[in-house]
Design a protein. Structure first.
Length: 101
């Protein structure tokens, strides 16, 4: 979720974005579930607090105020999709760098 937030925030002007992600949690969360969470005061249908509410609120703010037109597309992770495999490799490199390895 943080990568999506940072990626969208890095864009300097409103853009048409096709965003590929391997997380149904993020895709469905921002396109389907968030409306109910907000209406229920950041509670799930089971009346439990929404996990990662701070990140969901930040993502919601970026999506609603940026002017971006976003097409949210899901791809199956770890299934040989070249773009997804490259994204995973870069993310792992970033973790290694952050940990000083």
């Amino acid at each position: 979720m943080t990568a999506v937030i940072e990626g969208l925030m890095a864009l300097k002007r409103p853009c048409q974005v096709t965003l590929y992600l391997d997380s149904e949690y993020v895709r469905k969360g921002i396109t389907e579930w968030i409306h109910g969470w907000k209406a229920r005061g950041w509670r799930t249908a089971a009346k439990q607090p929404v996990k990662n509410a701070d990140l969901w609120q930040k993502l919601d703010a970026v999506v609603s105020t940026s002017g971006h037109r976003i097409d949210w597309r899901w791809v199956k992770g770890h299934n040989g999709d070249p773009g997804n495999e490259r994204a995973d490799a870069l993310a792992n490199q970033g973790v290694e760098k952050a940990l000083g390895r």
